[in-house]
Design a protein around this ligand. Structure first.
Ligand code: ATP
Ligand code: MG
Length: 580
């Protein structure tokens, strides 16, 4: 089923009315690009790439990288490639490749015909490795992984050379060829770049660039049993594609000397690696490995659980591509790591949906209201404004009858000061309908809980306006018992109780901080009939409660909503201010 914003809104038209996203703010990467263009570098050509490893679903951090890479290319009339960095056959799956393509498209970016895979370059990468051997710049090392690690040294101590470092070029070529042919078991030999075992940079101490791995690859099948390591494959793939600016996250800063060394030794086209600070968000985790743990251990319902920051989770929750792009623009691009507050992401989606989501009335915790003086069997239809922010969306009919529901919270038996909602003897407006006054309360004899209100309506307040100038302070949302549809509504809270669950000082596992109350399911909500038949992905504002998105678990006779985000609840603020 297709995604759409509210079934009764013309999405195209609506998006046309959204003011343009903020003009790109300049940043240090743009400055570098500007300088390169001014200097005539690469004949004025700009090419970037987004290089995911297909070992999980994309998250909001990847969105930052996608917006940056595709955004730069489009702003500078350049191109951006989508390249799967698929050099690790044991962790990669076709499912991830497909989900990544879908998410990049959904975010609004287009790689055109430039969909590439590092695995497409395996032959060329192998040839490059042979060239390095021939140049005396790479050698076969037959130490175990453990021995290699020990000889590598530390930040304060230089490493020691492998006894195999002086192997002849002929012998290196011979063993490498036999590795490829499958003559050796996993781990018996590796190919290492011959750089400098006493370099202060550990990445330059003869890094491993090829390993033996008898594993089928999701694209090349059983063709290879030697695979290049990430650092080797990445820069060379950039070069093969003609990428001009290879933008990556800060952890790769220490890898740049190796990136440059390989390109220089091979004397091939030399892209420029530029590092920026990755996005971190509080109250969540963002590494694919951790997200995979949550999924595999059933702690969330899947990669698209609306509580996790995957693109598919955010989409299911009701986030729009526009809001995510605006968020990425607002957080900017910096050179030092920081943590962004989840509240900023929520601000961006509220701002977008406020402009675009049609309003409806939905009661999450229904309290029955009987209008004693309203004729039994009578039904009136009131015109309600679809979106006050967008008059072109017009109005819809909302049916009114004798038995209604309002929100339990909108009634208080003992109203505190400044409680302008309903209480015994008080009068409020039912939005777009009538003024009503509460005349009587029915309670459950055992629990004392209020189960039903009896009210009277004033026929002279049709549409919610009095003819005698009488004012009421409270306006409540409501639905008609006979006409509303029953819905399940899923309310989400932060998935973690700790701002930074992945970085606990006492070494606790991040999963120990899962918020047990992060999902609350309400099963007997009542929503006005205009939402009947809405497709999954349709997003509404429920007046006064928040934004809600139809979930894919909905069926023809049972509609399920995910709460995307609350509106700021003004009463909760007043009440907590009063308590202080
Ligand atoms: P993770 O650490 O979440 O597993 P990753 O870096 O291993 O992510 P890749 O598939 O290698 O995931 O990432 C693809 C691109 O997205 C890389 O260029 C990487 O730098 C970028 N990226 C990943 N996480 C973030 C983030 N949090 N903020 C910005 N860019 C990111
Ligand atoms: Mg990675």
């Amino acid at each position: 089923m297709t995604e759409e914003v509210g079934k009764n809104i013309n999405t195209k038209k609506a998006s046309g009315q959204v003011p343009a996203e903020p003009a790109p703010v300049t940043n240090f990467i743009r400055n570098i690009v500007d300088e390169d263009l001014a200097a005539g570098k690469n004949d004025g050509r700009i090419m970037t790439r987004f290089p995911p490893e297909p070992n999980g679903y994309l998250h909001i951090g990847h969105a930052k990288s996608i917006c940056l890479n595709f955004g730069l290319a489009s702003d500078y009339n350049g191109l951006c490639n989508l390249r799967f960095d698929d050099t690790n056959p044991t962790k990669e799956e076709v499912e991830y490749v497909e989900s990544i393509k879908e998410d990049v498209k959904w975010l609004g970016f287009d790689w055109g015909k430039r969909l590439y895979y590092a695995s497409d370059y395996f032959d060329r990468l192998y040839d490059y490795a042979v060239q390095l051997i021939k140049k005396g710049k790479a050698y076969i090392c037959s130490l175990s992984a453990e021995e290699i690690r020990k000889l590598r040294g530390t930040l304060t101590e230089p490493g020691k050379e492998s006894p195999d470092r002086s192997r002849s070029i002929e012998e290196n070529l011979d063993i490498f060829e036999r590795m490829r042919k499958g003559e050796f078991k996993d781990g018996t030999h590796v190919l290492r770049a011959k750089i400098d075992m006493s370099s202060p940079n550990l990445n330059m101490r003869d890094p491993v660039i090829y390993r033996i791995l008898h594993a089928d690859h999701h694209r090349t099948g059983g063709k290879w049993c030697v695979y290049p390591l990430y650092d080797f494959a990445h820069g060379l793939s950039d070069s093969i594609e003609g990428v001009t600016h290879s933008i990556c996250t800060l952890e790769f800063e220490d890898h740049r000397p190796l990136y440059d060394w390989l390109l220089n030794e091979l004397e091939i086209f030399h892209p420029q690696q530029i590092e920026f600070a990755r996005l971190n968000l509080n109250y969540t985790v963002m590494s694919k490995r951790k997200l995979l743990e949550l999924v595999e251990e059933g702690l969330v319902s899947g990669w698209d659980d609306p509580r996790i920051p995957t693109i598919s989770g955010l989409r299911r929750r009701g986030y729009t591509p526009e809001a995510i792009r605006t968020f990425c623009e607002r957080i900017g691009v910096a050179k030092s790591n920081s943590v962004v507050d989840m509240a900023l992401l929520e601000y961006c989606i509220r701002e977008d949906l406020n402009r675009r989501a049609p309003r409806v009335m939905g009661v999450l915790h229904p309290l029955k209201v009987v209008i004693d003086n309203y004729p039994e069997g009578m039904v009136e239809e009131f015109d309600a404004v679809n979106n006050p922010e967008d008059p072109s969306t017009g109005t819809r009919k909302v049916p009114f009858s004798r038995v209604l529901y309002i929100e339990q919270d909108d009634f208080r038996e003992d109203p505190p000061k400044k409680f302008f909602r309903l209480s015994l003897g008080s009068e409020v407006r039912l939005k777009s309908a009538y003024y009503i006054a509460c005349v009587n309360i029915v309670k459950d004899e055992k629990t004392g809980e209020v189960t039903e209100l009896h009210c009277t309506y004033d026929p002279n307040t049709r549409g919610g306006f009095s003819t005698d100038g009488r004012m009421v302070k409270g306006t409540l949302h409501w639905v008609s018992d006979a006409h509303s549809v029953e819905a399940e509504v899923r309310l989400y809270d932060r998935l973690f109780t700790k701002a930074n669950p992945a970085d606990d000082k006492d070494g606790h596992d991040f999963k120990e901080f899962i918020n047990q109350a992060s999902l609350e399911v309400l099963r007997s909500c009542r929503i006005e009939p205009s939402v009947a038949g809405a497709l999954p992905g349709s997003i509404y504002q429920f007046e006064r409660t928040g934004y809600f998105c139809v979930d894919r678990d909905s069926s023809a006779n049972a509609i399920v909503f995910n709460r995307t985000v609350t509106l700021r609840d003004s009463w909760a603020k007043i009440e907590s201010a009063q308590k202080k």
